[in-house]
Write a protein that binds this ligand. Structure first.
Ligand SMILES: [Zn+2]
Length: 234
């Protein structure tokens, strides 16, 4: 049998292998497994980020509460404002100060309320995401990972069967040609062997060189100058 015929036979069986590979890649088992895995990775990152943010907001809130307490205390010092006034102090000076401090307290109180709400909202969001994560993790651990593994075991045994058939045929194919075939296959070129029609590659339309035409007539395995596929006389 000529090299090219053996290669064609090899490719035909290899296409079954490719079919299984594609089926496995598009399978429900792989998709669900991959989706859960990607969700869990992203969720872990997001939860960490939310945790850091919550710490930041809480420390900001603590700072505001300290400021609030300080100003409140300062205001208490004005309890003896009557004495000060009676002692001859300028009343408008104290009044102005007190009003300013009260304004400041009001502003801090609003800030505290806004910040508290933000913390509460972010806490709710955190808890919801955590809950979802735990449920996906549980499903991943108890079901998806094992289902995918079992599915792949089955596919692997099917593929091993075909690989055995391929090995048998490979014995009759030139080593260099087979090596090139495998490289093309890994580059996701398929089919790898194409017919020549009217002196052109039937896949990409590139015309064969004179040398190429001679070689192919002589039964040599040649590559298309355009798409690098192996060519045979169709
Ligand atoms: Zn081509």
């Amino acid at each position: 049998m000529a090299q090219i015929e053996k290669l064609l036979e090899y490719q035909q069986i290899d296409s079954k292998l490719l079919g299984i590979e594609q089926e496995a890649a598009n399978s429900k088992e792989r998709k669900e497994y991959a989706q859960a895995k990607s969700f869990l990775n992203k969720a872990a990152e997001k939860l960490d980020a939310m945790n850091a943010k919550a710490k930041e907001l809480t420390s900001l809130l603590d700072e505001l509460n300290v400021k609030y307490a300080e100003i409140s205390e300062t205001l208490n010092d004005f309890d003896n404002v009557d004495e000060l006034v009676e002692g001859g102090a300028e009343i408008s000076f104290y009044k102005k100060n007190v009003l300013q401090l009260i304004e400041r307290l009001r502003a801090i109180k609003t800030e505290v309320a806004n910040l508290s709400k933000a913390i509460k909202d972010s806490d709710t969001e955190y808890k919801n995401l955590k809950k979802k994560t735990l449920s996906v993790q549980e499903q991943y651990n108890t079901e998806l990972a094992s289902k995918y593994k079992a599915y792949m075991e089955e596919k692997k045994s099917e593929m091993a069967q075909i690989n055995k058939e391929l090995e048998k045929i490979a014995g009759g194919i030139d080593e260099e040609v087979l090596k090139k075939y495998k490289i093309k296959r890994s580059e996701r070129i398929f089919p790898i062997i194409c017919a020549v029609k009217d002196g052109r590659c039937s896949k990409c339309g590139t015309e064969l060189s004179l040398k190429g035409k001679e070689e192919i007539s002589g039964g040599k395995v040649i590559e298309c100058d355009g798409c690098r596929r192996f060519l045979y006389k169709g």
